[in-house]
Design a protein. Structure first.
Length: 319
């Protein structure tokens, strides 16, 4: 049987252990722990300061690059697109300010922005597939040069939009749109697929498709539908004009429309991409890429995944 002395010994042992812990904690162990924690705090502080310095240097370098591009931009793009007309199409998620800045550079290059439209989410929504298919069937007879037999709905609608916005005939560009184009535009607008900035009285010979970052909350079906829609638009706008460029910020090259084009050899062989539209450099590159499109060549430009160069080769100076 456990007697009273056992309890006393047990209690004394506990108190001795506590006393030893207190002494050690306040003495050599405490000193070691404190020194270790202090060293870790100092190391983390140094790393944080280093990261802040690197960030500041990167921002300064980026600002300097944009300052340089702003300074040389007017001379770089001057007369590169004189007499040309460009249709600008904004995809859902595109940054309107980036599209605005691109329009400014196009105009500085001598181009006329013939039309500017924004595609609505309904254009890509998989739940609206039946509705879009019905509309495409209605519009198909209006196309003088319809897609090949068996073309999917995305291709048919993209061809219809291209019929409204662009032409491969320079003589037909910049002139008043014909009644057929106007009727198609009205149908797309009334269906809630397209929003028009201004009017669609004229067509261009070149096209710029402005995109943004992919929707991180999109389902697999929504992502698949968006990708198919992007590719159809890029392909049809390019084939029915003198050339097309798909542009967006770096995020657009990571699962967005720029990435979609770069991942499809059948489209990227003809359509150019620019992945740094959030910078002046990228906006200037769009102009140079369109100029390159006029010569029948394409390229993938910027600094993100899939880019082949920062920009196209600069045009040769006039003799």
């Amino acid at each position: 049987m456990i007697d009273f002395r056992y309890h006393v010994v047990s209690l004394v042992s506990v108190f001795i252990a506590l006393a030893v812990g207190i002494v050690l904690g306040a003495g050599p162990l405490n000193e070691g722990i404190s020194v270790g924690i202090t060293e870790q705090v100092n190391q983390l502080t140094a790393e944080k300061n280093q990261l802040r310095t690197e960030r500041d240097q990167a921002l300064e370098a980026s600002d300097a690059k944009d300052d340089w591009a702003t300074a040389v931009g007017p001379a770089l793009v001057a007369r590169q697109l004189t007499g040309r007309s460009v249709a600008v199409v904004e995809l859902p998620g595109a940054d309107g300010s980036q599209a605005d800045a691109t329009v400014t550079q196009l105009q500085a290059a001598g181009a006329t922005v013939s039309a500017r439209v924004t595609l609505q989410e309904k254009w890509f929504d998989p739940q609206q597939a039946a509705f879009r298919n019905q509309l495409a069937v209605q519009l198909l007879p209006e196309l003088t040069d319809p897609p090949a037999a068996g073309a999917d709905t995305d291709t048919q609608l993209a061809a219809a939009l291209a019929r409204v916005l662009v032409t491969a005939d320079p003589v037909g560009a910049g002139t008043d749109a014909d009644p057929t184009a106007a009727a198609i535009a009205t149908a797309l607008t009334d269906a809630g697929l397209v929003a028009v900035d201004g009017d669609l009285a004229q067509r261009g010979t070149l096209a710029v498709l402005v995109g943004g970052a992919p929707d991180d909350n999109a389902t697999e079906d929504e992502t698949r539908a968006a990708t198919a829609g992007w590719l159809a638009l890029a392909r049809e706008l390019d084939q029915r004009s003198a050339g097309a460029v798909v542009a967006g910020p770096p995020a657009a090259a990571d699962g967005g429309p720029v990435a979609a084009v770069r991942g499809s050899s059948g489209v990227s062989d003809d359509v150019s991409t620019v992945d740094d539209l959030d910078s002046v450099t990228g906006q200037l590159t769009v102009v140079l890429a369109l100029r390159e499109q006029l010569s029948g060549t394409s390229g993938q430009y910027g600094t993100a995944a899939g880019a082949g160069a920062i920009s196209p080769a600069l045009p040769a100076p006039a003799p």
